[in-house]
Design a protein around this ligand. Sequence first.
Ligand code: ATP
Length: 347
Amino acid sequence: MSLRVEGLSKRFNPNLPPVVQAVSFGLEPGEVFALLGPSGCGKTTTLRLIAGFEPPDAGAVLLEGQPITHLPPERRKIGFVFQDYALFPHLSVQQNVAFGLRGMDPKQRRARALEVLQMVGMTVFKDRHPGELSGGQQQRVALARAIAPGPKVVLLDEPFASLDAGLRQATRDEVRALLKENHIGVVLVTHDQEEALSFADRIGVMRSGKLEQIGTPEEVYERPATPFVAQFLGRTNLLPGEALGREANTPLGRLPLAEPATGAVMLSLRPEHLRLEAGGEGLVLAREFKGHDLTYRVRLENREYLVYATSGCSFRPGDRVQMRVIAPAVVVGGPSAEGPVPQLSQV
Ligand SMILES: Nc1ncnc2c1ncn2[C@@H]1O[C@H](COP(=O)(O)OP(=O)(O)OP(=O)(O)O)[C@@H](O)[C@H]1O
C-alpha cells in the first residue's frame, strides 16, 4: 500500500459536526483514487490533512507504511496541485518548477526542472512567467512542480475545474497517462461525477464528512450502496420494494434483484435500465432531448420515473406508454432510505 489514511477526523467549529469524520482508505502504488462528493462535504479538508496543511484531530496518514501524520508538508514526499495552481507570479516557469527542489545543487535543480518540463511538454515556455500562460499551461507547470521532487503520491484538488470543456478532457487524459507512466499514485478531489468515473481506478464517495462507499467506477455506478451514491453518480429512480430473495415486489411488478435480500427495501433502477413501449398505463409528462440521448419523464400510478431512450424513439408528452425493466434492481437501503425526487433539468 503506498498511501494509507486511517480514521482521519477534523472539526473546525466545536458547535458544528466534524468536517471530516473517520475517513479511511488506501492507495496501491500508482493507483488513481478520486474523492467525489458535493461542495462542502469535506474533500479539500481531507486532502489538506493528508498533505499536512492542517493537523487532524484524530487518525493517521501512512506513506509506504511509515506514519507521516506529524511531519510538516515539505517533508512528506507528497506532491500537491492546488485548484488555482498557486504558481509564483514573479518566478519563471523553470524557477517555479525548481522551487520544490531545494536541497539539490543548482545545476541538478535546473536539469531536473527541465526534465519534468519536457515530460509535460512545456520546455518552450520555460522562461515565461505564469501570467503569460493559458490556464491549461499553468496547470501543466503546477503538475510539473508537484512531480519534480519524485513523489510517490500527488494530491490534485479539482485540477481541471478552471479549464474549458474541450481542453478539460484532453488535459485529463494526458495527466492520467503521465502519472501512470511514472507510477505516481493520485488522490483527486472532484465534485464532477463524470470526471471521477473516467479518471479514477477507484472512487470514494463522500457525504457530510464521511466516506459512504468506496469502489471501482463500475461498482459505485452499477452497485451503489446507498440512495445518495445512486443519485450522486448519475440519475436514478428510487422505488420501494418487498424483497423475497432474488426478486422483489415493487410498484413496477416483480423485479429481479442484483443481490438477494429480504424484507422492505429501497431499490435503484437507472433510467437506462427502463424501456418504453407504446400503449399502457404510463403517461409521458416530458421529454428532454440532448442529441445522443433522450430522457422521458413518465408517470405511472402516482410515481414519476426517468427513462432513457435512443433518439429513434419518439414519444410526446401526453402519450400513453408501458415501461419494461431490462436489468436487475439494486438494493440501496431499507424502506426509509430517501433521496430527492429525480427531476428533468429542462422540459
Ligand atoms: N479553515 C477552516 N475553518 C473553518 N471551517 C472550514 C475551514 N476549512 C473548511 N471549512 C469548512 O469545512 C467544510 C468542508 O469544506 P471543504 O473545503 O473540505 O469541502 P469540499 O468538499 O472540498 O467543498 P468544495 O468542493 O466546495 O471545495 C465547509 O463547510 C467549510 O466551510
